[in-house]
Design a protein around this ligand. Structure first.
Ligand SMILES: CC(C)(COP(=O)(O)OP(=O)(O)OC[C@H]1O[C@@H](n2cnc3c(N)ncnc32)[C@H](O)[C@@H]1OP(=O)(O)O)[C@@H](O)C(=O)NCCC(=O)NCCS
Length: 147
């Protein structure tokens, strides 16, 4: 098995839109990714490629004060094999190198797998955003301090 994390390109967008739809039942959409990749200087998007297929991605916004995880998934058939940790570690390293003081993210309050993973990497519960998602599940905001 050959794998790499690399920058997302415009050509990857259709695969990511399909992947998000499979995993989350919804997607940020082609236009959003297109404008993120072509217009947003604070956007950093990376794909996980395994044997030349796109199997996951992580998107970040990084400015001077703050980094935020926009979205993150690993395809079902490749979950629980360490790829999530690898991609998250990569994102944290990038933020450390950018000297940004903190990373935040939102996660569904019942997404135990993701919450465990974030806790493992030092993210701490900050506060709740009530009824944040379309189905009215609350979001937990988690923060990792990099100072
Ligand atoms: C969250 C997600 C990215 C984790 O990716 P992954 O490749 O499965 O994660 P890993 O194999 O690297 O495992 C990382 C940790 O997650 C936890 N974990 C993974 N699978 C688990 C499972 N089935 N049950 C419980 N914990 C699990 C463990 O803490 C594990 O660490 P460990 O191996 O040291 O015990 C992946 O499950 C996913 O894409 N989920 C759907 C989308 C999603 O929820 N994205 C996050 C949005 S905020």
């Amino acid at each position: 098995m050959k794998y790499q994390i690399r920058e997302m390109t415009i050509n990857d967008i259709p695969d990511i839109v399909d992947g998000e739809t499979r995993i989350f039942g919804e997607t940020l959409g082609f236009d959003m990714f297109y404008s993120e990749l072509s217009l947003n200087p604070f956007a950093f998007y990376f794909v996980l490629e395994i044997d030349e297929g796109i199997r996951g991605y992580i998107g970040l916004w990084i400015d001077k004060e703050h980094a935020e995880v926009v979205n993150f998934y690993i395809d079902k058939e490749f979950q629980n094999q360490g790829f999530g940790k690898m991609v998250l570690e990569f994102a944290i390293k990038l933020c450390e190198m950018s000297k940004v003081p903190m990373i935040s993210l939102e996660v569904r309050e019942h997404n135990d797998v993701a919450i465990k993973l974030y806790e493992k990497y030092g993210f701490k519960f900050s506060h709740k955003r009530e009824k944040y998602y379309k189905d009215l599940e609350d979001a937990l905001v988690m923060i990792k301090d990099l100072r």
